[in-house]
Design a protein around this ligand. Structure first.
Ligand code: NDP
Length: 472
């Protein structure tokens, strides 16, 4: 899509998009090739200079208008996303509202990109300017395409960059609509284009010498491949990758509340959430009580039609992905894990789509795949611990370091443990560690760089140092 207008691919190729709940084809979309990528990058380069020279409040006003347009269409966008990726409409409605909130936040940040002045002995003015990078390629995953498009495009655009968005081929339609609305809101032609297609389109953007930055959300293996490729042209790279986050429950925590809310952090988005608390670490003295409450709440979650507002868990993105999740659960069981609930597709739902019952595994050891690897499905591994040291050791015992929750009423313990867990974000007595005002990103194999907050603005700018002599 160029300049807000849907275009056919130069080679005329297309691909189909399927509704994960029904299998029906919901769209036939242009599959971009190298020529399309080259054309979109050239258009972005041509348009970016003028956009960067607009006043910051003009750029902010465009984003604010886009937020209004998204809000006005929120219900339609939510339904489009649900039929693309299978997330329940109760979740995609929240995401449409979230996308508008992100745009509004960065609209207000347009004139808050600050430089510094530095004392110097040369008698002049020494200062820093924040300048746009140029053209940014934004490559997103299927689990939250609308939010990811807004999250990556808003700070890039408001800082004066042009953007090219490559959504996942599995769920591209809300990104295409986002681009149409962006154009209607006043983003100039060329400053925001969408290139649909598979990983090869993303790879072509990463290789392109005129792309200055890549912002990627997706799997760790693809993120590493992108970092390697981007090194050849020294592109800036922001990588938001996988996670295997833990909810750590101490004996002094509010166990009733944990039983009620903690499963939401594991099974929201059917576990297809980079921040999912897919491990539950529980102090031995309260292990049985926490498990009993957690499983009882899990059993009340409604798995079913994602278009039904009462549904908590829709199908996974595909039956093939569901089969991978199921194979990992079976492997865990063969190694000694015990299924407390779930562990199979629900009997009342069509097995040809990717439904999987929310699953709680006991008897898990830290070395098992279900304890270390991201399954990206509705599966929680529960492990006991004795004291703070063991809790921290288990929390850190994965290659990832993205998110997590600590449940305790002891403030000293909350401070000590949160400082020792290696992760980009954490929450104490809460499921939520992502706030649009605060930096978000991973450590270890969970990523590089930060999104959200003013940190995202900095990641979309180059720091220039300027000296003005005191003599003419
Ligand atoms: P992938 O890494 O498979 O794909 C992500 C995007 O990259 C897609 O648009 C994909 O295209 C594209 N892509 C694939 N190969 C390449 C390549 N060689 N060069 C450039 N682009 C490429 O991830 P998934 O879509 O399967 O998403 C799931 C993963 O995303 C999980 O691991 C999850 O943890 C992570 N994630 C991380 C988040 C975070 O903020 N940390 C948030 C959400 C998800 P296509 O799909 O069309 O093949």
């Amino acid at each position: 899509m160029l300049a807000g207008v849907r275009a056919t691919a130069a080679e005329g190729t297309t691909f189909t998009v399927h509704n994960p709940a029904t299998g029906e084809v919901v769209a036939v979309v242009a599959e971009a090739g190298q020529e399309d990528v080259d054309r979109a990058v050239a258009a972005a380069r041509r348009a970016q200079d003028a956009w960067a020279l607009c006043g910051p409040s003009d750029r902010g006003a465009v984003l604010a208008r886009l937020a209004d347009l998204i809000e006005a269409e929120a219900e339609a966008l939510a339904l489009l996303e649900t039929t693309d990726n299978g997330l329940p409409v109760a979740e995609t409605r929240g995401m449409a509202a979230g996308a508008a909130a992100i745009l509004r936040y960065y609209a207000g940040a347009a004139d808050k990109l600050l430089g510094q002045t530095m004392p110097n002995d040369a008698g002049g003015l020494l200062l820093t300017l924040r300048e746009p990078l140029g053209v940014a390629a934004l490559i997103t995953a299927w689990n939250a395409p609308l939010v990811l498009a807004a999250l990556k495009a808003a700070p890039a655009l408001v800082a004066g960059n042009a953007v090219l968005i490559k959504p996942s081929e599995l769920a591209p339609r809300t990104t295409l609509r986002f681009a149409e609305l962006a154009h209607a809101a006043g983003v100039p032609a060329g400053c925001l284009s969408v290139l649909t297609g598979g990983g090869a389109v993303g790879a072509a953007l990463v290789r392109h010498p005129d792309v200055a930055k890549v912002s990627f959300t997706g799997s760790t293996s693809t993120g590493i491949a992108i970092a390697r490729e981007a090194a050849a042209t020294l592109k800036r790279v922001t990588l938001e990758l996988g996670g295997k986050s833990a909810a750590v429950v101490f004996e002094d925590a509010d166990l009733e509340r944990i039983g009620e809310v903690a499963p939401g952090a594991a099974f929201g988005m059917a576990g297809q959430d980079c921040c999912a608390r897919s491990r539950l670490l529980v102090q031995r003295s309260v292990y049985d009580e926490v498990l009993e409450r957690y499983v009882a709440r899990t059993n009340r979650l409604i798995v079913g039609d994602p278009l039904d507002p009462a549904t908590d868990i829709g199908p996974l993105i595909s039956a093939a992905h569901r089969d991978r999740v199921d194979a990992c659960v079976r492997e865990g069981v063969a190694e000694g894990a015990i299924v407390l609930t779930g562990g199979a597709p629900p009997a009342h739902l069509d097995g040809s789509a990717g439904w999987y019952a929310p699953t709680v595994l006991d008897g898990v050891h830290p070395g098992m795949r279900v304890a270390r690897e991201e399954l990206f499905g509705p599966v929680v591994s529960v492990l006991p611990f004795t004291d703070e040291d063991e809790a921290v050791r288990l929390a850190n015992a994965t290659p990832y370091g993205l998110s997590g929750s600590i449940w305790t009423r002891d403030v000293g313990r909350a401070v000590r443990v949160s400082r020792r867990i290696r992760s980009g974000v954490l929450a104490v007595n809460s499921n939520t560690s992502v706030y649009l005002q605060a930096p978000f990103g991973g450590t270890k194999l969970s990523g590089l760089g930060r999104e959200y907050g003013l940190a995202a603005l900095e990641e979309n700018t180059e720091l220039k140092t300027l000296f003005l002599a005191g003599t003419a």
